[in-house]
Write a protein that binds this ligand. Structure first.
Ligand SMILES: Cc1cc2nc3c(=O)[nH]c(=O)nc-3n(C[C@H](O)[C@H](O)[C@H](O)COP(=O)(O)O)c2cc1C
Length: 212
């Protein structure tokens, strides 16, 4: 089988991790790099990754993540944050910084900002918060695929109490910048205890059409 599809088959939403097995620094570096290299709309990289290695902090956060067993048993718990909508306003300075990385001159930055504004206006009806989250999910998917390629398990987690988790992060994780970011998604990484059930998926015919 194709090596990439083998990794896709290997990946499953792992419900319980082997607490004794930790992901090496080198392997976790690959996972994080896959997130960093991910594509984002207009190249704005609206993400931040809080990588929780501390077992004490994982336990402290567990309650707000509905006591899901992945949280305290995983090796690395990643809280994927998305930039708040205010950063995508013309005057925020963030667009100047990000577009300035590839722009030829100041005029070019203004052109890119106008194009971006037009895009938001036409496509998103100002729901920039969810638009930013969508980019973060792409990074998360790539991180899980990279992990699977290294035979490392993962579980994406949306089952959390956002208000409680925000409070708990503010208390237990000083690196959490709540003024700039919202919580988008959580992903637990580690090594499985149990083998997964067989995959349940719709057939290709049910989910895709070839238009010739
Ligand atoms: C965005 C997202 C959120 C999810 N949240 C949870 C969760 O909170 N807890 C959990 O056990 N699984 C969660 N899952 C896992 C799905 O239930 C799982 O991916 C799906 O049933 C398909 O199974 P598989 O990934 O093992 O192939 C989530 C998946 C995604 C993509």
């Amino acid at each position: 089988m194709n090596e990439f599809l083998k990794a896709m088959q290997f990946r499953h939403a792992c419900k319980l991790f082997d607490e004794k097995r930790k992901i090496s620094k080198k392997d976790f570096g690959v996972i994080l790099e896959a997130g960093r290299l991910s594509p984002s709309s207009f190249g704005l990289e609206p993400w931040y990754f809080l990588v929780i290695e501390s077992d004490k902090v994982k336990k402290a956060l567990k309650g707000a993540i509905l006591n899901q067993p992945q949280v305290a048993t995983c090796s690395h718990l990643v809280i994927l944050l998305s930039r708040k909508a205010k950063f995508f306003k013309k005057k925020s300075g963030y667009l100047d910084k990000m577009f300035g990385r590839s722009a030829k001159d100041i005029k070019d930055i203004e052109v890119q900002k106008s194009e971006f504004e037009g895009f938001l206006h036409n496509n998103l009806e100002a729901d920039t918060t969810n638009w930013a989250k969508m980019q973060v999910y792409i990074a998360g998917a790539n991180m899980m695929s990279a992990a699977a390629f290294l035979s490392i398990d993962s579980c994406p987690i949306e089952g959390f109490d956002a208000k409680e988790l925000k409070k708990s992060l503010a208390k237990n994780v000083p690196e959490f910048d709540k003024k700039s970011y919202k919580i988008a998604l959580i992903i637990a990484f580690g090594y499985r205890v149990n083998e997964p059930e067989e995959k349940i998926r719709c057939s290709i015919e049910e989910i895709a059409a070839f238009v010739k």
